[in-house]
Design a protein around this ligand. Structure first.
Ligand SMILES: [Zn+2]
Length: 177
Protein backbone atom coordinates (compact mmCIF):
# COMPACT_ATOMS: atom_id res chain seq x y z
CA UNK A 1 0.00 0.00 0.00
CA UNK A 2 2.65 2.52 1.05
CA UNK A 3 1.57 6.18 0.54
CA UNK A 4 -1.32 5.26 -1.77
CA UNK A 5 -4.77 6.26 -0.56
CA UNK A 6 -7.32 3.52 0.08
CA UNK A 7 -9.51 2.90 -2.99
CA UNK A 8 -12.70 3.94 -1.11
CA UNK A 9 -11.32 7.41 -0.36
CA UNK A 10 -10.18 7.95 -3.93
CA UNK A 11 -13.61 7.09 -5.26
CA UNK A 12 -15.07 9.61 -2.83
CA UNK A 13 -12.95 12.47 -4.10
CA UNK A 14 -13.75 11.57 -7.71
CA UNK A 15 -17.42 11.80 -6.82
CA UNK A 16 -16.93 15.21 -5.19
CA UNK A 17 -15.01 16.48 -8.23
CA UNK A 18 -17.78 15.24 -10.55
CA UNK A 19 -20.41 16.97 -8.44
CA UNK A 20 -18.43 20.20 -8.54
CA UNK A 21 -18.18 20.02 -12.34
CA UNK A 22 -21.94 19.41 -12.59
CA UNK A 23 -22.65 22.34 -10.30
CA UNK A 24 -20.37 24.61 -12.30
CA UNK A 25 -21.99 23.49 -15.57
CA UNK A 26 -25.52 24.06 -14.34
CA UNK A 27 -24.55 27.44 -12.90
CA UNK A 28 -23.05 28.35 -16.25
CA UNK A 29 -26.23 27.24 -18.01
CA UNK A 30 -28.32 29.30 -15.59
CA UNK A 31 -26.23 32.40 -16.26
CA UNK A 32 -26.19 31.74 -20.00
CA UNK A 33 -29.95 31.25 -20.26
CA UNK A 34 -30.62 34.57 -18.55
CA UNK A 35 -32.49 32.82 -15.74
CA UNK A 36 -29.95 34.14 -13.27
CA UNK A 37 -30.48 37.72 -14.49
CA UNK A 38 -34.23 37.29 -14.25
CA UNK A 39 -33.93 35.99 -10.70
CA UNK A 40 -31.73 38.88 -9.66
CA UNK A 41 -34.09 41.33 -11.34
CA UNK A 42 -37.05 39.91 -9.42
CA UNK A 43 -35.12 40.17 -6.17
CA UNK A 44 -34.21 43.77 -6.93
CA UNK A 45 -37.74 44.95 -7.72
CA UNK A 46 -39.44 42.98 -4.95
CA UNK A 47 -37.70 45.26 -2.48
CA UNK A 48 -40.08 48.03 -3.54
CA UNK A 49 -43.79 47.65 -2.80
CA UNK A 50 -45.83 49.47 -5.46
CA UNK A 51 -47.40 52.66 -4.08
CA UNK A 52 -50.64 54.46 -4.91
CA UNK A 53 -50.60 58.13 -5.89
CA UNK A 54 -51.87 60.60 -3.30
CA UNK A 55 -52.37 64.35 -2.99
CA UNK A 56 -53.15 67.09 -5.47
CA UNK A 57 -50.18 66.19 -7.71
CA UNK A 58 -51.30 62.53 -8.04
CA UNK A 59 -47.81 61.23 -7.29
CA UNK A 60 -46.59 58.36 -5.18
CA UNK A 61 -44.43 59.28 -2.19
CA UNK A 62 -41.49 57.56 -3.92
CA UNK A 63 -41.85 59.62 -7.11
CA UNK A 64 -42.33 62.80 -5.10
CA UNK A 65 -39.03 62.12 -3.27
CA UNK A 66 -37.18 61.68 -6.58
CA UNK A 67 -38.68 64.85 -8.03
CA UNK A 68 -37.70 66.78 -4.85
CA UNK A 69 -34.13 65.43 -5.02
CA UNK A 70 -33.71 66.26 -8.74
CA UNK A 71 -35.23 69.71 -8.29
CA UNK A 72 -32.95 70.42 -5.36
CA UNK A 73 -29.80 69.13 -7.00
CA UNK A 74 -30.22 70.53 -10.52
CA UNK A 75 -31.41 73.83 -11.89
CA UNK A 76 -34.18 72.83 -14.26
CA UNK A 77 -34.66 75.44 -16.98
CA UNK A 78 -38.21 74.32 -17.81
CA UNK A 79 -39.48 72.43 -14.76
CA UNK A 80 -40.98 68.96 -14.78
CA UNK A 81 -44.20 67.20 -15.66
CA UNK A 82 -45.36 64.09 -13.87
CA UNK A 83 -48.98 62.93 -13.63
CA UNK A 84 -50.87 62.63 -16.91
CA UNK A 85 -54.10 60.74 -17.45
CA UNK A 86 -52.72 59.55 -20.73
CA UNK A 87 -49.19 58.21 -20.43
CA UNK A 88 -48.31 59.41 -23.89
CA UNK A 89 -47.15 55.96 -24.96
CA UNK A 90 -48.96 52.75 -25.72
CA UNK A 91 -49.95 50.97 -22.55
CA UNK A 92 -49.87 54.23 -20.62
CA UNK A 93 -46.49 53.91 -18.94
CA UNK A 94 -46.12 55.12 -15.37
CA UNK A 95 -47.32 58.74 -15.78
CA UNK A 96 -51.02 57.86 -15.21
CA UNK A 97 -49.98 55.87 -12.12
CA UNK A 98 -48.11 58.81 -10.59
CA UNK A 99 -44.83 56.91 -10.85
CA UNK A 100 -43.03 58.86 -13.56
CA UNK A 101 -41.73 62.38 -14.16
CA UNK A 102 -40.33 64.15 -17.21
CA UNK A 103 -37.60 66.64 -16.41
CA UNK A 104 -37.67 69.21 -19.20
CA UNK A 105 -34.38 70.63 -20.48
CA UNK A 106 -35.94 73.44 -22.51
CA UNK A 107 -38.94 74.00 -24.76
CA UNK A 108 -40.81 70.77 -25.59
CA UNK A 109 -39.95 69.51 -29.05
CA UNK A 110 -36.55 71.22 -29.12
CA UNK A 111 -33.52 68.97 -28.94
CA UNK A 112 -31.37 69.73 -25.87
CA UNK A 113 -27.80 70.50 -26.98
CA UNK A 114 -24.71 72.05 -25.39
CA UNK A 115 -25.18 72.83 -21.70
CA UNK A 116 -28.83 71.60 -21.68
CA UNK A 117 -27.74 68.33 -23.25
CA UNK A 118 -25.06 67.99 -20.60
CA UNK A 119 -27.61 68.77 -17.87
CA UNK A 120 -29.79 65.94 -19.21
CA UNK A 121 -26.87 63.54 -19.10
CA UNK A 122 -26.02 64.61 -15.54
CA UNK A 123 -29.63 64.08 -14.38
CA UNK A 124 -29.80 60.67 -16.07
CA UNK A 125 -26.45 59.64 -14.53
CA UNK A 126 -27.59 60.81 -11.10
CA UNK A 127 -30.80 58.75 -11.44
CA UNK A 128 -28.84 55.63 -12.41
CA UNK A 129 -26.36 56.11 -9.55
CA UNK A 130 -29.14 56.66 -7.00
CA UNK A 131 -31.61 54.06 -8.29
CA UNK A 132 -31.08 51.77 -5.31
CA UNK A 133 -31.57 54.57 -2.82
CA UNK A 134 -34.82 55.94 -4.29
CA UNK A 135 -36.41 52.88 -5.90
CA UNK A 136 -35.89 54.14 -9.45
CA UNK A 137 -37.00 51.59 -12.02
CA UNK A 138 -35.81 53.05 -15.32
CA UNK A 139 -34.38 56.18 -16.90
CA UNK A 140 -34.78 57.29 -20.53
CA UNK A 141 -32.71 60.01 -22.17
CA UNK A 142 -31.48 60.60 -25.73
CA UNK A 143 -33.22 57.49 -27.06
CA UNK A 144 -31.48 55.28 -24.52
CA UNK A 145 -32.95 53.34 -21.64
CA UNK A 146 -31.33 52.13 -18.45
CA UNK A 147 -33.25 49.84 -16.11
CA UNK A 148 -32.40 48.93 -12.54
CA UNK A 149 -33.88 45.52 -13.33
CA UNK A 150 -31.19 44.98 -15.95
CA UNK A 151 -28.27 47.21 -14.90
CA UNK A 152 -25.80 44.83 -16.57
CA UNK A 153 -27.31 45.69 -19.95
CA UNK A 154 -26.24 49.30 -19.51
CA UNK A 155 -27.77 52.33 -21.17
CA UNK A 156 -29.38 50.62 -24.16
CA UNK A 157 -30.31 52.27 -27.48
CA UNK A 158 -34.08 52.36 -28.13
CA UNK A 159 -36.23 52.14 -31.25
CA UNK A 160 -37.08 55.37 -33.07
CA UNK A 161 -40.46 56.54 -31.77
CA UNK A 162 -40.68 59.34 -34.28
CA UNK A 163 -40.16 62.69 -32.58
CA UNK A 164 -37.68 64.67 -30.47
CA UNK A 165 -40.03 64.37 -27.47
CA UNK A 166 -40.92 60.70 -27.98
CA UNK A 167 -37.24 59.90 -28.38
CA UNK A 168 -36.47 61.84 -25.20
CA UNK A 169 -34.09 64.41 -26.66
CA UNK A 170 -35.82 67.29 -24.85
CA UNK A 171 -36.37 65.71 -21.43
CA UNK A 172 -35.19 63.02 -19.04
CA UNK A 173 -37.86 60.47 -18.10
CA UNK A 174 -37.61 58.74 -14.72
CA UNK A 175 -39.98 55.95 -13.56
CA UNK A 176 -40.02 54.54 -10.04
CA UNK A 177 -41.26 51.14 -8.79
ZN1 LIG B 1 -42.21 60.42 -19.49
Amino acid sequence: MGAQKPRQERRGSVRIAAAAVCLALSFGLLVHSGAWDAMRARMRSSRWEPQKPTGHDHLTARMRAVRAAVTEKFELPAGSGCFREDGGIEGGGEHPLGRACDFMLGPAGERATGSSGRLGRRIAAWARDNADKYGIWYVIYEQRIWSSRWPQRGNKPMEDRGSITQNHFDHVHISVY
